[in-house]
Design a protein around this ligand. Structure first.
Ligand SMILES: Cc1cc2nc3c(=O)[nH]c(=O)nc-3n(C[C@H](O)[C@H](O)[C@H](O)COP(=O)(O)OP(=O)(O)OC[C@H]3O[C@@H](n4cnc5c(N)ncnc54)[C@H](O)[C@@H]3O)c2cc1C
Ligand code: FES
Length: 278
């Protein structure tokens, strides 16, 4: 199943569980109320959904659960304005509107047989999480998988409940970092681009996927270039604001591309061909 017949019409979903990940990020695990639609729901890693709070508004979030684990759809929401504040007020049992799946996805087929380097900062770990879980569930299809995940402080680290597994798996090389020393922190301290340079991932036959705040992305790109990664080997997601999500309203366009249908996933090589409107 893909979108509902009318792409503007949200489907009603029930929140089955919430997790307060950090002081500003709350995760929602939801199921479509229409059980037949839920059973038939499928998506690809990197696709997004529009979540609506009735009477408030609608905004875009990546589906950060994996298509290989469809008990529920997971969205993690950083509080930034009106709609995200209204979402944060919702709890298990409440209903919201969902339009999903929308947008393109990570080119996971073309990544088969390659080494993968995930570099996530803050809420930027959400789009990486869906692909990471998908790859771990299809582990033999991929080469060495490395994850560098950074946040400002231990409290700002999302998905804490998964970190013990990610750091202990033999088939996943995980490095966690925070910006400044903190009591009890047993992992790295340092900015993501610097830690990436220390990790020295090999560029040959590798793909780097990076998401995070613009300043982190800027210096991470420089670090990846130093390590020998070509533009086409670097993939990111664009968070240019979306409205209709289906290529009609023109809210998200950059030149001739629409982030909602040509993206949000782009290689750095593709981004360089777009007009400088970001
Ligand atoms: C493809 C895509 C995927 C996204 N995935 C996630 C996700 O998984 N988790 C998450 O927390 N957020 C994600 N976002 C960002 C999220 O959509 C916005 O934070 C949200 O729309 C803000 O809504 P609001 O009503 O609370 O804020 P508003 O009241 O609309 O705005 C509050 C502030 O945030 C700024 N803002 C709003 N939307 C954006 C945006 N898209 N990019 C940059 N600044 C913005 C506004 O300029 C303003 O300063 C994603 C956005 C896109 C386009
Ligand atoms: S959000 Fe309407 S065209 Fe992309």
């Amino acid at each position: 199943m893909t979108q509902a017949a009318n792409p503007y019409l949200p489907e009603i979903a029930t929140i089955i569980e919430t997790v307060q990940e950090t002081p500003t990020i709350k995760t929602f695990r939801v199921r479509l109320k229409n059980e037949k639609r839920m059973q038939a729901f499928s998506f690809k890693p990197g696709q997004v959904g529009q979540l609506s709070v009735f009477g408030t508004g609608e905004s875009t979030f990546v589906i950060n659960s994996s298509p290989t684990r469809l008990d529920f759809l997971q969205f993690s929401v950083m509080r930034s304005g009106e709609n995200t504040a209204a979402l944060h007020a919702l709890e298990a049992g409440d209903e919201l509107g969902v339009r999903a799946p929308l947008g393109n996805w990570f080119p996971y087929e073309q990544m088969k047989g390659k080494d993968i380097v995930f570099i996530g900062g803050g809420i930027g770990m959400a789009p990486l999480r869906t692909l990471l879980l998908f790859m771990l569930d299809n582990r033999k299809d991929y080469g060495k998988i490395r994850l560098l995940y950074g946040a400002r402080s231990p409290e700002d680290m999302a998905f804490k409940y998964e970190l013990p597994e990610w750091t202990s798996r033999e088939d996943l090389d995980t490095v966690l970092t925070i910006d400044r020393e903190a009591a009890g922190w047993e992992h790295k301290v340092g900015l993501i681009p610097n830690v990436l340079l220390e990790m020295e991932p090999a560029a040959a036959n590798a793909v780097a996927i990076t998401c995070g705040p613009p300043i982190m992305i800027k210096f991470t790109l420089q670090a990846l270039k130093k390590l020998g990664f070509e533009d086409a080997q670097i993939i990111t997601t664009l968070e240019k604001r979306m409205k209709c999500g289906v290529g009609i309203c023109g809210r998200c366009n950059i030149g001739t591309k629409y982030v909602c249908i040509d993206g949000p996933v782009f290689s750095y090589a593709q981004l360089k061909e777009l007009p400088n409107e970001l």
